[in-house]
Design a protein around this ligand. Structure first.
Ligand code: TYD
Ligand code: MG
Length: 455
């Protein structure tokens, strides 16, 4: 008899292994192998073609089908991140650190959807019903027509949902679910995968939208198999810095809308409050013009958001100076420092650098390069930038400034918040806003010369 197929699969890269090893030799991930039942189930498993199946009905691309009607919750920040509301039969994964406010957000969402007419079921596998009711009381949602259950047995949950037929089911959390046909502990890779598979299947079969709450590992990924992210239609991350009140709901994958869309909330004593104008909030802590501060006119998804980039440069007592970066990509920062050194002749050896985005925001757009460079230079030269200045532009390795998209939106938002000058890459389509002076610059050297003197 031929040996059956490899029995272990890496949950990170999908490589197959015959034996269990601590580290996947294909992608280098530690402890990522799980046992996989071999794919030999009965004689028909030889070849699927050997036994005829059912013919699938095929249609033309032009077949007319109305776009799915979306249900809106009335929580604008949430609806926008979902791509304009909840799509029926969709599966959504909401990930985030413990204690960041996932349960609070989803209880509020359940109440909002229920109030707008959807039949909602909230299943908590982490807390007792009494605890969830207490939270609902605190949030002033006790009267919302949400059905509540506290259960972890997946079979019972599926039966309940099958009988209730809700429009929306919230499962808090996927890591607590336990499928009795899988022989491992809740939270293990095979349990999480099995539970997600069953629930996503249920969503598609029964037309119920399912929201799964997922915990995040220390590395910032949803705990459990990567495949869960591929199974669902939408992946949202709920993030925020400890000690800050701001919470950002970010779409990282969305089959029904733009990825990178964000919704901004503030955690208050009475739950999460929506922040309609995040720019104003992120800039609210800005005091007098001070060295090391630059305002970046960014775009998050479809919405312009202004953020303050803060830098501190100080002589380093260490052989290898520190580069502490919060809210920005540190690889990108190294590149910007290298370009400043190589193209503009501004050395950073022997200097510690601390960079931070005010308000706990995370900025990943390359368009932030110029504002980051401006904050770093402003800190290094101890020269404050004009308080009414915004910047945007990507820096290339040659030191050239590259134009970025949606400039009109960026400038309009800046204007709305009282800024009256901008520095942007050359060839930027600046529009004709009367109250905004837009200076366009070819490269970083020109920028350094014009803003910081000779540099
Ligand atoms: P929770 O929703 O339980 O987080 P998660 O489900 O992501 O683990 O939120 C827990 C935190 O939120 C807790 O530290 C208390 C705080 N919180 C408020 O500040 N205000 C509130 O109204 C609520 C319900 C919670
Ligand atoms: Mg929770």
């Amino acid at each position: 008899m031929a040996k059956s197929a490899p029995a272990f699969t890496c949950t990170n890269c999908g490589a197959s292994h015959r034996k269990w090893v601590g580290r996947c030799d294909s992608c280098g991930a530690w402890n990522s192998l799980v046992e996989e039942a071999p794919l030999t189930a009965g004689p028909s498993a030889k070849s699927l073609g050997a036994q005829r199946g059912r013919a699938v009905a095929l249609t033309d691309l032009a077949t007319e089908e109305a776009p799915p009607p979306r249900a809106t919750s009335g929580m604008e920040e949430l609806d926008r991140v979902l791509g304009g509301g909840l799509v029926p039969a969709s599966a959504i994964l909401v990930g985030g650190d413990p204690g960041i406010g996932k349960s609070t957000l989803l209880l509020q969402a359940a109440a909002a959807f229920a109030t707008s007419g959807l039949k909602c079921v909230y299943i908590s596998g982490e807390e007792a019903s009494a605890q969830v009711r207490m939270r609902a009381g605190r949030l002033g949602l006790s009267q919302a027509p949400v059905k509540l259950g506290a259960e972890t047995n997946l079979r019972d949950i599926l039966t309940t949902l099958d009988e209730e037929r809700p429009d929306l089911a919230i499962i808090d959390s996927i890591q607590t679910m336990w499928a009795d046909n899988v022989d491992s502990a809740p939270g293990s890779v095979s349990q999480v995968r099995a539970a997600a598979h069953e629930l996503v299947n249920f969503a598609k079969r029964r037309g119920t939208s399912v929201i799964l709450v997922g915990h995040v590992t220390k590395e910032g990924q949803i705990a459990g198999p990567r495949v869960v992210e591929h199974m669902v239609d939408t992946v949202l991350y709920f993030e925020g810095e400890r000690g800050h009140q701001f919470r950002i709901l970010r779409a990282v994958k969305n089959r029904f809308g733009a990825a990178d869309e964000i919704g901004v909330f503030e955690m208050t004593g009475g739950g999460l409050a929506q922040v309609g104008n995040p720019s104003a909030l992120f800039l609210s802590e800005r005091g007098q013009a001070s060295p090391g501060s630059a305002v970046f006119a960014g775009i998050e998804g479809t919405r312009p958001v202004l953020t303050e980039i803060q830098a501190l440069v100080a002589p380093s007592p260490l052989g290898t100076p520190r580069r502490t970066v919060v809210g920005l990509d540190s690889g990108r920062i190294s590149t910007i420092l290298a370009v400043l050194e190589a193209r503009c002749g501004i050395p950073f050896a022997g200097l510690d650098l601390f960079l931070n985005v005010a308000g706990g925001m995370r900025v990943s757009e390359p368009a932030a390069d110029l504002a980051v460079a401006a904050a770093i230079l402003s800190a290094r030269e101890d020269v404050a930038l004009p308080p009414d200045l915004v910047l945007f532009g990507e820096i290339s390795l040659s030191g050239a400034l590259r134009p970025v998209g949606q400039t009109e939106n960026r400038l309009k938002e800046a204007r709305k918040l009282g800024f009256s000058q901008a520095i942007a890459p050359a060839r930027t389509k600046a529009g004709t806003d009367e109250g905004m002076r837009v200076r366009q610059m070819q490269d970083l050297t020109a920028f350094v010369g014009e803003v910081f003197g000779a540099g």
